[in-house]
Design a protein around this ligand. Structure first.
Ligand code: GLA
Ligand code: ZN
Length: 685
């Protein structure tokens, strides 16, 4: 069954951020944009991002003329509009008149006008101004045929200057948030363990936000502050969406998320929007690092899709270069289509760009765009875009198809907050995300769909759950993991499992927390953190050698079978990898960080043992991956060739090429740096 996210226009979207507000004195350019939009095979424009000073040039004086014209013109040219609310950048007049909308840094310095994504979320004035402008936009365009979705604000959290606000409004809101959570200050003192260093609070009013000026030693407070910041973004989002939902109940709402950004709990935020949208700016270097870049991008797309378990919109990507990498390298031929269709393979129902036309001045004037300052269509980038647009038209039946995954990786941003804030292990970098990718890459190489799930998601849909470095485990999560294995699931976890509870208090009575010791049949006594470059060696029962880096845990079995042991240093002979049968399931514990080869062998073995299906029935050559989407009847397979050379594959398969209609039976050739989209004729579902 399909899940259509934009019901009013169920097509693959191709277009992007368009700023006619910057070109009001150039009517010929605005006219040319409409011609070029059609020529580029685009069908969508995202309007209004950062347009507040054009829409409301002075307080209470509104001017929608540029937007009226753009909406009409785009529709007349056959396009549709995702309309942004303008709160991503506040007008100068507003910041001057109401300084309270500007953030205050931890030293008490209030920022001035300008920048972007830097308003105070708890400012009553800003909230009210946003409500007014959003209501006006909704009223004005509610019946406009071009309007297909709302894009609220832009990249919440991506501040140009002060990332968190310490103003009085925010301090008060933090205290209210704490009162609501803990009810009594005694309770808070207990959960934050404040007798440590004489940190006991005698009232909620004494509590400041954590900062290097107060102190960062109360881990529970640091964690709650992050939760508070995240919650207030989500609350702010709900202020923005209230008029939109009331006035345009049928127009779906999104806000764009920023790859692996950790300042907001996106899983929580996703509950307040109708569909997820995201940015996508991989750093392609045209060298061997591109495979890891592809793996990272794939993981991120899967994460976005798994936030609502339905297709998402890739809201921004660059048609050529960005301007904010240290070195802004061009995408090589083929890479534009590959990078874009990779997102579609993982669940995007769009390829949208930042930006349609290069701005003439200011900091993004050298950022890539579909239309260059040159202004014409005979450029390499424009041709790439046009060609991809033509391909997307032929792939339209993909829209709304879903991804079925039998494997999930647990990625919990709150766990990342707690782990990142813990003093201990390595204080340079705990490498949580990199570790997740080590487990994800073997799946990617084998063409296996994976969901990236949170600790509150349903576990029962998966044959295999991989939960590395799950440091923060509440009692509820402990039980959920036990139940999953008891009912027959296969669970893989690693060092640092179940060290603290949801308020960052350490679990007592041995690690990992509570009953997890029984589930894994082990207990963990100590953790050795290795210096960079140092290794320990690990050998499995068949004699195969691996290297441990960064972390080695000194665990003891208590029911589990040892499959691999450490072979050097004073803990030589200690278990390094174990298996325990618990209830109807299996629990694997990895007591060390490996260099990637161990993860690869393990995942390979597990998917064979458990019978996890790949998107294709044949072995994938190196540098080639496959992912699938389905409408419940048909399976669509995306074969990506990341190699710089053509690759041919033989096997027992029968595909129809979705673009050309050609049949590929038992043999297929994949051009270099390409994506081939196929319908699986053999397999059906
Ligand atoms: C972000 C922003 C855009 C633009 C691009 C540049 O994603 O949302 O406004 O600044 O980066 O890559
Ligand atoms: Zn504030």
């Amino acid at each position: 069954m399909k899940k259509i996210i934009i019901g009013k226009y169920p097509h693959l979207l191709h277009g992007g951020d368009y700023n006619p507000d910057q070109w009001q004195d150039c009517p010929e350019i605005l006219k040319e944009d409409m011609r070029l939009m059609k020529a580029a095979n685009c069908n969508e424009m995202t309007l209004g991002v950062f347009a507040w000073s054009s829409l409301e040039p002075q307080e209470g004086e509104f001017d929608f003329s540029f937007l009226d014209k753009a909406m009409d013109d785009i529709y007349a040219a056959g396009g549709r509009v995702i309309l942004a609310t303008p709160s991503g950048a506040k007008p100068v007049w507003m910041a001057k008149k109401y300084p309270e909308i500007c953030r205050v840094d931890e030293n008490g310095i209030r920022s001035g006008a300008g920048g972007r994504h830097n308003h105070c979320n708890n400012s009553p004035v800003y909230r009210e101004k946003v409500r007014i402008i959003n209501e006006k936009l909704a009223q004005r365009y509610k019946d406009h045929p071009a309007l297909i979705a709302w894009h609220v604000s832009n990249e919440y959290g991506n501040s140009t200057d002060v990332t968190e606000c310490y103003c009085d409004n925010c301090k008060k809101a933090f205290i209210e948030w704490l009162k609501n959570k803990y009810k009594t200050v005694d309770n808070l003192n207990h959960e934050w363990w404040t007798a440590f260093w004489s940190h006991t609070f005698s009232s909620f009013e004494e509590i400041d936000p954590p900062s290097f000026n107060t102190d960062m030693a109360i881990n529970g407070r640091n964690l709650d502050w992050k939760r508070f910041i995240s919650d207030k973004y989500i609350e702010f989002l709900s202020i923005e969406t209230e008029p939109l939902r009331r006035i345009t109940p049928d127009i779906p709402i999104t806000t764009n998320m920023m790859e692996m950004y950790t300042g907001i709990d996106y899983r929580e935020m996703a509950k307040s929007i109708d569909f997820v949208s995201s940015d996508n700016y991989p750093v392609w270097k045209n060298d061997e690092s591109d495979i890891d870049t592809a793996v990272k991008a794939a993981f991120f797309h899967d994460y976005m899709r798994s936030l609502k378990f339905k297709p998402f919109i890739m809201m921004e990507s660059t048609p050529s270069i960005v301007n904010w990498h240290n070195y802004n390298k061009l995408k090589r031929p083929g890479m534009h289509a590959l990078s874009s269709l990779q997102a579609v393979a993982h669940g995007s129902d769009s390829v949208l760009y930042f930006q349609w036309r290069k701005s003439r001045g200011c900091s993004e004037k050298l950022h890539g765009a579909v239309v260059d300052h040159y202004g014409k269509e005979d450029t390499r980038v424009f041709c790439d875009v046009k060609e991809l647009g033509a391909r997307l038209k032929k792939l339209d039946e993909i829209v709304g198809t879903v991804t079925n995954a039998e494997v999930a990786i647990v990625y919990d941003v709150q766990n990342e907050w707690a782990l990142g804030g813990a003093q201990g292990y390595s204080n340079i970098d705990k490498k949580y995300q990199q570790t997740l990718l080590k487990f994800y890459k073997p799946l990617w190489k084998r063409g296996i769909n994976a969901d990236i799930i949170g600790v509150n998601d349903n576990f029962d849909n998966y044959k295999l759950i991989i939960a590395p470095m799950l440091y923060m485990v509440s009692n509820a999560l402990e039980k959920k993991l036990c139940d999953y294995v008891a009912r027959g699931g296969t669970l893989v976890s690693t060092y640092m499992l179940g060290i603290v509870n949801e308020n960052d208090l350490c679990h007592l009575g041995g690690l990992p927390a509570g009953k997890l010791k029984e589930v894994f049949g082990i207990w963990n006594e100590e953790t050795d953190t290795l210096y960079p470059g140092e290794t320990n060696s690990v050998s499995d029962n068949s004699g195969k050698e691996y290297f441990a880096v960064d972390y080695c845990e000194l665990i003891h079995t208590a029911g589990a079978v040892t499959i691999a042991t450490f072979t050097s240093d004073f803990y030589s002979g200690y278990p390094a990898f174990t298996l325990n049968r618990f209830g109807k399931g299996k629990a694997y514990y990895i007591a060390f960080r490996d260099r990637g080869d161990f993860c690869d062998d393990l995942i390979n073995k597990l998917i064979n043992d458990i019978g996890v299906r790949s998107a294709v029935s044949f072995a994938l050559p190196s540098g080639v991956t496959a992912h699938s989407r389905t409408d419940g009847e048909n399976t669509y397979v995306f074969l990506e060739n990341h190699n710089k050379s053509e690759v041919s594959i033989n096997g027992d398969f029968c595909f129809g090429n979705l673009e050309t209609g050609a049949k590929a039976e038992n043999f297929i050739t994949l051009p270099s740096v390409s994506v081939t989209v196929l319908k699986d004729i053999n397999r059906g579902k």
